[in-house]
Design a protein around this ligand. Structure first.
Ligand SMILES: Cc1cc2nc3c(=O)[nH]c(=O)nc-3n(C[C@H](O)[C@H](O)[C@H](O)COP(=O)(O)OP(=O)(O)OC[C@H]3O[C@@H](n4cnc5c(N)ncnc54)[C@H](O)[C@@H]3O)c2cc1C
Length: 460
């Protein structure tokens, strides 16, 4: 009998994947009650608790991994994402607020900025002296961020950019850290110099003083209570002729010199913009892993319950049957278990690809495009799967599934918006479709008449 049993330890190791030790350490951290959610806290207290938890992550040196060694990091991009993904087990608000601070805000400084920017702003972003917002979407444009209305106009007379919100639909919207805690923001705006719009670029903009008051020209609103993730202070920001030095342009992919002349290593504005966005793909990668982790948590609970809970003495006069012996229960849970295994292994592949590109081991244009397509394909599938799995597991535990301490309902509420942010799922799948059709068309361009005839014959 025993040789037919699953080797649980071997399977667990497989599921931990290539970053097993980092994941185990991060899971141990997530098991610390001081990093977990207190379900009785209201929104205001929850926000403060999560800010405090970010401070604990800094003290425990849990957030430096992705950054350059000269700033105390390890240049370990894949490992950093693996560690962050595990924090979903403690509280998704903690995971996402950490993602805003170190993935998006500090990530924009790192990937879109150059050496001087790193020296000036990375230390504060890394050690949380400067909590920051990542200000991309606006009330009027969320998925289509190339169309944002905020402008950054170069003023030659003062060597400054003027950041301006021309109308209400151009207010920045939904930004983590914007409502309360953010002291600076990486703001995406249309760069205008000498009367020419060079497209969306990113600017480092201080927004609050040490006392937490908005700086001159900056205003905002608190998004207030949300459907989930209430440990994060999401909000809106707007700018009225806010002046920042010219050098606050994060200029890795586009620069303006003192005379106002624009230059870029990438000639096409469209390609330039997508290259900039591509450097921030880590958000999608980490949501894929975190959502898969949430599915694992749900299945762990529901499968355990199904193995122990007995109802109805259908096949025996003396013993009731365990739920997982019912075919209906197996079909509900084991299919989702299989899907979650698939998501977990697919995510390992995605993370390896991500690390290869960001470490520079394999970072050709094709590698980057493959990474972006993979991330755009997997994030929708795993985030939708997580909602489906959480709900089915909740029901599979009956009334117990609805009790808050058993976690399903809160995880569902928090994970709900994972299908929308870092690229709405439907929009991402359209990107994947576009890439597949482009590849398909390219294949056909290469085919000569003989190969085409062979292809048609095969189809027949
Ligand atoms: C809680 C929360 C936190 C966030 N945090 C941040 C943050 O910290 N920083 C930040 O920069 N952003 C943040 N965002 C913004 C987030 O990235 C956007 O909400 C997201 O990109 C979607 O934009 P939208 O909400 O305007 O939706 P829309 O773009 O208006 O989409 C609405 C619907 O229309 C569909 N749709 C849109 N375009 C098309 C199309 N071409 N074809 C077919 N269907 C289409 C979409 O699939 C979607 O279902 C956050 C959002 C939320 C809700």
């Amino acid at each position: 009998m025993s040789e037919n049993r699953i080797n649980v330890n071997a399977l667990s190791e497989q599921l931990f994947g290539p970053y097993a030790e980092i994941r185990k350490a991060s899971r141990a951290r997530a098991a610390d009650p001081q990093l977990q959610r207190d379900p009785l806290l209201g929104m205001d207290e929850h926000r403060e608790r999560v800010l405090g938890q970010l401070g604990i992550l800094v003290q425990q040196e849990a957030v430096q991994r992705a950054f350059p060694t000269e700033f105390g990091g390890k240049n370990d991009h894949g490992g950093s994402i693996a560690a962050f993904e595990e924090l979903v087990a403690a509280d998704p608000s903690l995971q996402i607020k950490a993602g805003v601070q170190w993935g998006l805000f500090a990530g924009a400084i790192l990937h879109l900025g150059t050496e001087e920017h790193h020296k000036a702003w990375l230390p504060g972003a890394m050690n949380l002296d400067t909590p920051g917002a990542f200000a991309m979407p606006e009330i009027g444009h969320g998925s289509d961020v190339a169309a944002v209305g905020t402008t950054a106009t170069y003023d030659e007379a003062t060597d400054e950019f003027v950041i301006h919100t021309p109308f209400k639909a151009a207010w920045k919207e939904f930004l983590g850290n914007a409502a309360l805690h953010g002291k600076a923001a990486t703001v995406f705006a249309q760069l205008v110099t000498k009367g020419v719009n060079h497209g969306v670029h990113c600017f480092y903009v201080p927004i609050r003083d040490e006392q937490g008051n908005f700086l001159e020209g900056i205003g905002g609103e608190d998004d207030g209570l949300k459907g989930g993730l209430n440990g994060i202070d999401n909000g809106r920001l707007h700018f009225t002729n806010v002046r920042v030095p010219r050098t606050n342009l994060l200029n890795r992919y586009g620069n303006v010199d003192e005379s106002g002349t624009y230059s870029s290593p990438i000639a096409s504005p469209g390609r330039r913009f997508f290259t900039m966005l591509g450097t921030l793909v880590q958000g999608r990668v980490s949501l894929d892993g975190a959502a898969t982790n949430a599915s694992k948590i749900a299945l762990q609970i529901a499968v355990t319950y199904g193995n122990q809970r007995r109802q109805f003495n259908s096949v025996s006069d003396t013993e009731e049957t365990t739920l997982l012996d019912y075919q209906r229960h197996q079909r509900r849970l084991l299919t989702r278990l299989a899907r979650t295994y698939a998501s977990s292994f697919a995510h390992d592949g995605l993370l390896e690809k991500f690390d290869a590109v960001f470490s520079g081991r394999e970072d050709s244009d094709t590698d980057r495009q493959d990474l972006e397509t993979l991330a755009a394909a997997l994030k929708p599938l795993s985030t939708w799967d997580a909602l489906d799995t959480l709900q089915e597991c909740r029901e599979a535990c009956g009334g117990a599934g609805f009790i808050a301490k058993n976690r399903f309902t809160q995880l569902y509420a928090d994970l709900d918006v994972y299908v929308t942010f870092e690229g709405d799922n439907n929009v991402l799948l359209q990107l994947v479709g576009k890439r597949l059709l482009t590849d398909y068309a390219a294949e056909f361009r290469k085919l000569d008449t003989g190969a085409m005839a062979l292809y048609v014959a095969k189809q027949v």
